[in-house]
Design a protein around this ligand. Structure first.
Ligand code: SER
Length: 361
């Protein structure tokens, strides 16, 4: 069988350690490795002693990542031949599929976003299924979805809805949100129904686990291309001594979470006892806060901060379609999710000290 054929045909089961006669290294695959979440996640995996990470990103991962990974690849998750090579080279047991085009960027090139966000995810789900077939063990597939999967039609509905559960108001208004919601369904399909009529199907090949991130705030990096970016942008601008024009109104409220809490939650869900998981998709959140409350805190810590509110109607309408808060009780119950930071402690103990040090030099 040629490598190209193996991409399109289901693979025959091989032994746990051999493929085409050669031994494959065991690996955890992380896509979007050079992104905000990828960076921290790989460092946490390394700190936990995992040296078998294979990382992919369209950008070259920096030195600090290369040093702690088994291997890094510059490549596109839409490139089937790259994934086929990975299948041949590694015995992948876990996939953290983080690569995506975020909600603002996706609105400029929706079809490209669809290719990356859906096409790329489909490639990786298929890689997971083929990996399971080749080594005979379930492959964990950890997928971050987003509050963008929600879509509340207007502000009155958002106000009335308050805290929303995983199954309410799922009518996203962005390409990114549609992509994430659909990929949640694809994950469910691969986990429970993949090739259901095929005689040689392997049931339960993919152990799909998904968490819906709220807006994420990192002290180390500034996001690009998202619509929840106003919060991290505001904080980083103040620390760097730059004025900031916030693109949403002060009373705009969505859930947020610090990057360390998002990474811990992701690793916790991956490590959770599968028998305790009552769902495939879990909300997680650190705190719900308005843009105005965040601006007030920023000004408290950085008294010289110049923050103006200049709402952009279109980006505002996207954030208005996201819930003010999410119910993450299922995550708390099933896998003991418990974020470390509240809004206040996130500023006091994580954001301000780290960001101050970052911009001090
Ligand atoms: N942070 C994402 C975005 O703004 C939402 O999950 O697109």
């Amino acid at each position: 069988m040629t490598t190209a054929e193996s991409a399109s045909d289901p693979l025959p089961r091989t032994t746990a350690t051999s493929f085409h006669g050669a031994r494959r290294n065991s690996a955890i695959l992380v896509t979007g490795a050079a992104g905000e979440v990828g960076h921290g996640l790989i460092q946490s995996l390394a700190a936990a002693g995992r040296r078998d990470v294979v990382a992919i990103d369209v950008r070259k991962p920096d030195r600090s990542l290369r040093d702690v990974c088994q291997e890094t690849y510059v490549g596109d998750i839409c490139d089937g031949s790259l994934l086929t090579r990975l299948l041949a080279m590694y015995e992948i047991t876990e996939i953290y599929h983080l690569a995506a085009l975020l909600s603002t960027r996706a609105e400029f090139t929706p079809e490209t976003a669809h290719e990356v966000n859906v096409g790329g995810t489909l490639n990786l789900l298929r890689l997971a299924a083929e990996q399971a077939r080749s080594h005979g063990q379930r492959v964990k597939f950890i997928f971050p979805s987003s509050i963008a999967a929600y879509g509340l039609p207007d502000l009155a509905t958002k106000d009335a809805a308050g805290v929303v559960t995983e199954d309410q108001h799922l009518r996203p208004v962005t390409m990114y949100g549609c992509n994430k919601l659909y990929c949640e369904h694809l994950g469910r399909y691969y986990a429970r129904h993949y090739r259901r009529l095929a005689q040689d199907r392997i049931p339960d090949a993919v152990d799909f686990r998904c968490l819906r991130y709220p807006g994420l705030i990192s002290a180390d990096t500034v996001p690009s291309g998202g619509t929840s970016d106003f919060a991290p942008e505001m904080i980083h601008a103040a620390a760097a001594g730059r004025p900031y024009a916030c693109f949403v109104r002060p009373n705009t409220r969505i859930p947020f979470m610090t990057m360390p809490d998002a990474i811990d939650a992701t690793l916790q869900l991956a490590a959770a006892d599968g028998r305790k998981l009552s769902r495939l998709v879990y909300n997680v959140s650190g705190f719900s806060a308005s843009a105005g409350a965040i601006a007030d805190l920023v000004k408290g810590f950085f008294p010289g901060a110049a923050i103006a509110f200049e709402p952009d109607e279109q980006r505002q309408s996207i954030v208005d379609s996201w819930p003010a808060d999410v119910d993450d009780s299922a995550a708390r119950r099933d896998w003991s999710f418990e974020p470390q930071y509240t809004l206040q402690s996130a500023f006091e103990e994580y954001l301000v000290p780290t960001i101050r040090a970052r911009y001090a030099g």
